[in-house]
Design a protein around this ligand. Structure first.
Ligand code: LER
Ligand code: MN
Length: 273
């Protein structure tokens, strides 16, 4: 298992990813703190200098395990379930545009907030009728580039469906695409799951990326999430991917990243090259 820190390539209103102005300076700081990788939230790949970021990342020996896409929802209201077809098409096109950067960086593409809620007055079934074909088209385009997608269960205060790992696993069975997995986030699991470790165990063959945050969405160790149990469960499942800290930058990015490394390195020792 390896350790990553989630940052944004551009300014964002979403408080649980770090953006400290100069992304290159942030990357250097995170490499200096001993992170193995960075997860990059990208609102619109067309607005980001990916050559420059890829160059810095490579130079620092950092991996980019995942590309986050939720900012297109947070900042622009794009979602795969929006009643307005133009917004749905724009959301799908945006996800398609994330595939080239993801292929280049070796990252999975996260489908979290961009899945959108079930719109008021509509049924889950109707939302699924919109969501499944769109994800299927993105998954097939991703497959042609060797890219995998992960769908993230998100707690009820941020969205009104796909709240639990089991709900996403059911959806994956209906979807039937073998390059789509699930992304458990300890912050959401702490709210939604009766037994977080058991939820991870049941989904283990499809867990391809993990978000870590404590119960208060601060750095691991500052709340009451049982990270030892999570890491034990993932180790049992032979999970070799990343634990990516998606947390509040409290009090600062630097300090939150330092606290994350201090706690998580006890559980996930640094692998020497
Ligand atoms: C939203 O709360 C979250 O956890 C993000 O990773 C979703 O894109
Ligand atoms: Mn998350």
């Amino acid at each position: 298992m390896k350790l990553a820190y989630a940052i944004s390539a551009s300014p964002t209103r979403f408080a649980a990813v770090g953006h400290a102005g100069d992304v290159h300076a942030t990357l250097r700081r995170l490499a200096g703190l001993g992170f193995d990788g960075v997860e990059l939230a990208i609102r619109d790949p067309a607005q980001v200098d990916l050559d420059a970021i890829a160059g810095t990342v490579r130079g620092l020996g950092l991996a980019v395990p995942a590309v986050g896409t939720g900012q297109a929802y947070v900042e622009e209201g794009l979602s795969l379930t929006a009643p307005d077809p133009a917004r749905r098409e724009a959301a799908e096109a945006r996800l398609m545009a994330q595939l080239a950067p993801a292929a280049r960086l070796g990252a999975v593409v996260i489908i979290g907030l961009i899945h959108g809620p079930v719109p008021p007055g509509e049924t889950h079934e109707r939302a699924l009728e919109r969501f499944l074909p769109a994800v299927s088209r993105v998954a097939q385009a991703a497959g042609r580039r060797g890219v995998r997608l992960v769908i993230e269960p998100i707690n009820r205060y941020e969205t009104n469906w796909l709240n639990t790992v089991e709900e996403v696993m059911d959806l994956l069975r209906r979807l039937g695409e073998d390059n789509v997995g699930v992304l458990p986030d300890t912050f959401h699991m702490n709210i939604e799951e009766a037994a977080p470790a058991a939820a991870v165990r049941a989904a283990r063959t499809r867990v391809w990326h993990v978000h870590v945050a404590d119960s208060n969405r601060r750095a691991p160790g500052l709340g009451h999430v049982d990270f030892d149990a999570l890491v034990r469960e993932l180790a049992r499942a032979r999970y070799a991917g990343f634990l990516s800290a998606e947390i509040l930058q409290d009090p600062t990015l630097e300090e939150a990243a330092r606290q994350t490394a201090a706690k998580m390195r006890l559980l996930v020792p640094r692998r020497r090259a």
